[in-house]
Ligand binder design. Structure first.
Ligand code: FES
Length: 124
């Protein structure tokens, strides 16, 4: 048996804005330890490896931050804090059930457009 690939990738936006910037960002003094909390939560449960946490640049949903994208599934979680991250690990990653109440508004997360369709739109 080969080395198993991860079952999940968790992309935590780690983008911060310089002080004074009007644009919201996912990392502030109040939220700067969320990635560490996520990684520790995976380690404490012994699932680091089959779940890969990744520090991401901006995921383009800044006003809904802090955000976390779980793959597979394109599940975008928003407005995160430590308690929500714990529940996402327990319910989604371990239990297999998306935590719908933390998922982004569908108006802000519509169906993806294929690269081919996007290129066709741009050519018009
Ligand atoms: S700063 Fe996190 S989504 Fe843009």
């Amino acid at each position: 048996m080969g080395m198993p690939q991860p079952a999940f990738y968790m992309f935590k936006c780690e983008q911060s804005s310089p002080p004074g910037m009007p644009k919201p960002s996912c990392v502030s003094p109040q939220t700067q330890d969320l990635f560490q909390h996520l990684a520790q939560g995976l380690m404490q449960r012994g699932i680091m490896g089959t779940v890969q946490p990744i520090r991401s640049a901006c995921l383009n949903r800044c006003s809904s931050g802090p955000v976390l994208l779980v793959e597979p599934g394109h599940t975008m979680y928003v407005g995160l804090d430590k308690a929500k991250i714990d529940r996402i690990i327990e319910d989604h990653i371990i239990g297999g059930n998306v935590v719908e109440e933390y998922v982004i508004d569908p108006e802000l997360w519509d169906e993806p457009i294929s690269a081919k369709d996007m290129m066709a739109q741009m050519a018009r």
